[in-house]
Design a protein around this ligand. Sequence first.
Ligand SMILES: Cc1cc2nc3c(=O)[nH]c(=O)nc-3n(C[C@H](O)[C@H](O)[C@H](O)COP(=O)(O)O)c2cc1C
Length: 239
Amino acid sequence: MRDPRYDILFEPVRIGPVTARNRFYQVPHCNGMGYRMPRALAAMRAVKAEGGWGVVCTEEVEIHHSSDLAPNIEGRLWDDGDIPALAAMAEAVHRNGALAGIELAYHGHHASGLYSRAPGLGVRSIGVSGYHPDRAAKAGGMPRTTIGGDDPFHRRDRDEKRTLERQVREDARRLIQESAKRFLGEQPFRELTVETLMANTELSRPAFYQYFTDVHDLILSLLTEIEAEMHRLDPQAYS
Ligand SMILES: Cc1cc2nc3c(=O)[nH]c(=O)nc-3n(C[C@H](O)[C@H](O)[C@H](O)COP(=O)(O)O)c2cc1C
């Protein structure tokens, strides 16, 4: 018989909007399969869920190509093309009654960039990592210690800031579009309001108007995307 002191481990626990069936939380754990063997990875995580874990996590998942950890094979969320592999794991875990967790990772200075060849973004006090001295070439060959000034390294800092700002804007816009797609998958357009749309994102309601003038503008942006995708798939039929 189980010692009653451990009963709490087997009780459901709420985590924000979801509930884990127990308190067994499988921490982020890489295993070499990562982005390269998504089916095997999903099956392995599914076995963990089947075995009873309340939450099963991914390994660290690189959120940008400038955070590439090659030659280590981790998870990737560099762009939309990586979503199906991650979704396959989440679905396999859900099928077996557990929640799926994701560890979003940006490694900055620690990333090798050996595959993407992109320097990591962000301010750092030293330009060369002991793990990845080859990054020195990509970072301009010199340490960057401060922001400001007008030498090439400082200019690069400003470019990085602009790149990050653009990325944040693009991500926010996409978040709103995704929220609209989910909504329209279940309910008619006439029910769509900015309030419900934004309640399903982590953005504030007024943030909507930084990206779209109204819901019609938003739908137009989705249709434009669909048109571009159809054109990509069959350039002749849709030119
Ligand atoms: C093979 C291996 C891979 C790991 N991968 C990750 C990882 O991708 N992300 C992370 O945050 N921690 C990672 N860790 C650390 C584990 O999440 C955990 O913190 C560590 O194993 C200590 O917990 P434990 O005593 O329950 O094993 C890894 C550990 C091991 C042994």
